[in-house]
Design a protein around this ligand. Structure first.
Ligand code: FAD
Ligand code: SIN
Length: 533
């Protein structure tokens, strides 16, 4: 089936939906999304959105905290734009209907690691769910926007897919839409558009322990890379230091706001240890805290460390973190006001992704990207807590403006494109291969490309991934597409891109720590790790 719109948006988290509301002022919009429309990383965000919203805060301070956390690799222009435009974008979100927590008539501002001041706007400890609720509602009330749930984007449509033969100039590729698997109707539909927004979120599912829901399989990065887009900084995977030990998959997050509220990290025997790693102790940025926990676990032979809240007033904890309190009590039989919380790190966020300029443009004409899938330059070697939702809001807004201008300049017609052709493929019974390979990749990435890396570990991971990726590609070529197979293919490619970038960076910086090159090396590595697709 063929669908034609002016804008095609892939993904319905904060980046996709906030963009959709603005794009709808300029043309018809299709949003395709993998599962039910609210299912996204956004929906699980706890801590909040960092923004300068109080008289005692300043743009300079937020810029300084972001640059310090990014360890020399953040792009100052992108950071300035995000910080300065953030408050206005947040007020728009409030106008859309998001109900943030207030105290004494003012926004209640929380604190998280790496921030030198309280600046986290939140909706108790379910900030993402509240944002997603309001955006989904606004989008569903907008007649210019059609949402297609259970549609998994398979591949971006470029010059390679037009009916007319064209000379392909790899420096000047255009995007005119995407093929998407209707996972209920079990067919691949063709969506054409003059502007495509990639807002598919992150790739936490590349790792066995992750806070990310099952949708986060790196589809956007993989599709864009295959289409020839520039990607960068894939080695910078952020591991969240505090997820509940043994809480299943995905790992249950204990928000950083809990440390911001006074939670203290201790070893199993009750010893505090963060003072050995950073003067900010438990309030250090997460790269330092995750590294410290990983080191202590290996040194002590323990399975987890403790996050102790017992010194904090129980009523205050229940009031500020009602969802974490209830979930720990009801689902995990743990009263966080009376018992310390056993925690371990888990893969949380991808700082790298599809390279964009500060107006959301990728290296492919007509293809824009925003949110976790993108690499705007804001995060550098490490992301400051709660800057992700802010980045998505700000750059989706800028992309909406620049893509509307692009649309006005384009011819109203897109070239004729071929429909999906799966002749010669068959329905395979080999589902065990998909399941087994997915687990194998996740385990390899956790063991060899995790918090602490080395040349030896990366080499092992590379050799194993090469084998798996060739096997998956061969299987993909002869098999009818399914969601599981598409995700496996994308996870495998993202794993390979992460390893390639990690092998190039022969230093330790931010989230990339390697035992072979323990120091930061500005002389050779003060730049992004760019991969041409
Ligand atoms: P998402 O919200 O992940 O949306 C991606 C969308 O794309 C989804 O709808 C998905 O189904 C869809 N999609 C993916 N692939 C395809 C495909 N092939 N075809 C069609 N659709 C597809 N950040 C903060 O700033 N503050 C926080 O407090 C915070 N807390 C967090 C807590 C948790 C547990 C997690 C996991 C993350 C947290 N983050 C937080 C990070 C932040 O939530 C994400 O980076 C952000 O929500 C990403 O938004 P997005 O719109 O880019 O992607
Ligand atoms: C958290 O609440 O700890 C997550 C915040 C973030 O990822 O920015």
């Amino acid at each position: 089936m063929m669908h034609r719109h002016d804008f095609l948006i892939i993904g319905s988290g904060i980046a996709g939906l906030s963009y959709a509301l603005k794009a709808a002022r300029h043309g018809t919009v299709a949003v395709i999304t993998k599962k039910e429309k609210a299912e996204s990383n956004t929906n699980y965000a706890q801590g909040g959105v960092a923004a300068v919203m109080s008289a005692v805060d300043s743009f300079d301070l937020h810029v300084r905290d972001t640059l310090a956390t990014g360890m020399g690799l953040s792009h100052r222009d992108a950071v300035e734009v995000m910080v300065r435009e953030g408050p206005e974008r947040l007020r728009e979100l409030i106008d859309v209907g998001v109900r943030f927590t207030h105290r004494d008539g003012m926004l209640d501002l929380g604190r998280e690691g790496g921030h030198s001041i309280n600046r986290i706007v939140h909706a108790n400890d379910l900030t993402g769910r509240e944002i997603e609720r309001a955006l989904v509602q606004a989008v569903s009330e907008n007649p210019a926007i059609t949402t297609f749930e259970n549609h998994v984007a398979v591949e971006l449509i470029t010059e390679h897919h037009t009916t007319e033969k064209r000379v392909i100039d790899s420096e000047n590729i255009h995007c005119w839409g995407a093929y998407a698997l209707d996972s209920i109707g079990k067919r691949v539909d063709t969506f054409t558009a003059r502007v495509v927004m990639l807002s598919t979120g992150g790739l936490g599912q590349v790792y066995i322990h992750t806070t990310n829901p099952v949708i986060a399989t790196g589809d956007g990065v993989a599709m864009a890379y295959r289409a020839g887009a520039r990607t960068a900084n894939m080695e910078f995977i952020q591991f969240h230091p505090t997820t509940l030990f043994n809480s299943g998959s995905p790992s249950y997050l204990i928000s950083e706001a809990v440390r911001g509220f006074g939670g203290v990290l201790k070893a199993r025997n009750g010893d505090e240890f963060m003072q050995m790693y950073d003067e900010r102790k438990s309030l250090a940025p997460r790269d330092i805290v995750a590294y410290a926990i990983d080191t202590e676990l290996k040194k002590r032979g323990d399975d987890f460390v403790l996050l102790d809240l017992r010194h904090l007033p129980a009523a205050d904890l229940r009031e500020h973190f009602p969802n974490i309190y209830e979930t720990c009590l009801k689902r995990f039989k743990l009263d966080i006001t009376k018992e310390p919380i056993p925690v371990v790190p888990a893969a949380h966020y991808s700082c790298g992704g599809v390279v964009t300029d500060i107006d959301g443009r990728t290296s492919i004409q007509g293809l824009y990207a925003s949110g976790e899938v993108s690499m705007t330059g804001v995060h550098g070697a490490n992301r400051l807590a709660s800057n992700s939702l802010l980045e998505a809001l700000v750059f989706s807004d800028r992309a909406a403006r620049s893509s509307a201008a692009y649309l006005r300049e384009q011819s109203p017609d897109v070239p004729a494109v071929r429909e999906w052709d799966d002749s010669g493929t068959f329905n395979s019974e080999e589902w065990i291969l998909v399941l087994h390979n997915r687990r194998e990749i996740q385990q390899i990435m956790w063991d060899y490309v995790g918090i602490v890396r080395s040349d030896l570990r990366l080499g092992r991971a590379w050799r194993r991934m090469e084998l798996i990726r060739h096997e998956v590609e061969a299987f993909y070529k002869k098999t009818k597409v399914t969601e599981g197979l598409l995700e496996l293919r994308n996870i495998a490619l993202c794993a390979e891109l992460i390893i390639r970038c990690a092998m190039k960076r022969k230093e330790s910086r931010g989230l990339h720590v390697t035992t072979d090159y323990r120091q930061r090396d500005d002389e050779h590595f003060l730049h992004d790790t760019v991969l041409e697709g």
